[in-house]
Design a binder for this molecule. Structure first.
Ligand code: GZL
Length: 308
């Protein structure tokens, strides 16, 4: 029997699903888990075929994943770069493969801005400024030293660099505020606790304030403070960033003073950007997440409204 191909009108054929390759940093914090959930849930809801890879916070694993997305000829590539540097080579390979790139959450320091279409995520410097302004306000009617220990995020990451920069920019107007120790806790509870133990051994009662670049490290540090027989909030002011559930629970328990919000819920914005790209629309170079600050006084009232 003669065989023949039937040319179906596009409307009758299943629309080809958009394929998005996403390289996630890891699962190091409550924030990251909420970010992953937002991306996976929205991709499913929007009918986008998501190729998802978890890099366990290792840049070489992200680069491997990005290369696999090129090989799979995905329609769009998105990723949260664990650190700012070291991406130009693989980004040039992706550009040669004519696949558009969206940066989410964190950015890269590549000078060649043609290597990615847009960067969507928070303004980490402003987050650091918000933390600094809160501390200035808190100490304006007090006397004496304000010795700060700082738990930095992952070395070389955008949030760690910028949260430090923004905080220092604001506190320099008050000479009493001094950062006496600063070290990375790599955004994890375990490392945050370990480094805070070392800070307490070295500086003990000299410490007046902890500034942690994320809630997971702050929560680990709070454990260390209590195990050292000191009281968080009462003996050491606790300033943190992210405003994840764990931070609200700590504030409601009276163990954290304030958390600067950093929203992980980037799924909807990312999938909208992916669809716009595939539809041939141009995207803004920078999409900034809107976010606030939550002191402990409002934590109980605000907690029921929180989505992450
Ligand atoms: C910030 C994000 C940071 C969070 C941490 O946008 O990159 O990484 O503040 C997370 O909790 O690990």
């Amino acid at each position: 029997a003669a065989s023949f191909a039937v040319a179906l009108p596009m409307s009758a054929m299943a629309q080809k699903k958009i394929v998005l390759g996403f390289s996630q940093i890891g699962a190091e914090s409550e924030w990251r888990t909420a970010n992953t959930n937002s991306i996976k849930e929205t991709a499913a809801k929007e009918g986008i075929d998501l190729k998802f890879s978890d890099a366990q916070q290792k840049q070489e694993n992200q680069i491997k994943a990005l290369r696999s997305f090129i090989a799979q000829k995905v329609d769009v590539i998105a990723f949260a770069p664990v650190v700012e540097s070291g991406w130009d080579t693989v980004l040039k390979e992706i550009k040669a493969a004519k696949i558009p790139v969206i940066l989410t959450d964190r950015s890269v320091d590549s000078k060649d801005t043609s290597l990615y279409v847009t960067f969507m995520g928070s303004d980490f410097t402003e987050e650091g400024r918000k933390a600094g302004r809160w501390l200035l306000e808190k100490v304006k009617n007090t006397k004496g030293d304000v010795n700060v220990v700082e738990l930095q995020g992952t070395v070389g990451s955008g949030p760690a660099i910028d949260r430090k920069k923004g905080f220092e920019e604001i506190i320099k107007s008050e000479p009493r505020i001094k950062i006496i120790r600063s070290q990375t806790g790599d955004f994890t509870r375990a490392k945050g606790k370990e480094v805070m133990e070392a800070f307490l051994k070295a500086e003990g009662k000299k410490i007046n304030v902890l500034y942690a670049h994320n809630d997971d490290m702050a929560i680990g540090a709070i454990q260390a403070i209590e195990e050292a027989g000191l009281k968080p909030v009462k003996d050491i002011t606790i300033i943190s960033v992210d405003a994840v559930k764990g931070a609200f629970e700590a504030m409601i328990a009276g163990k954290m003073d304030v958390s600067v919000e950093c929203s992980p819920l980037l799924g909807p914005q990312l999938m909208a950007a992916v669809k716009d790209l595939v539809a041939g629309k141009t995207l803004p170079r920078r999409i900034v997440t809107q976010e606030g600050i939550f002191p402990m006084e409002v934590a109980a009232k605000e907690f029921p409204n929180r989505k992450y």
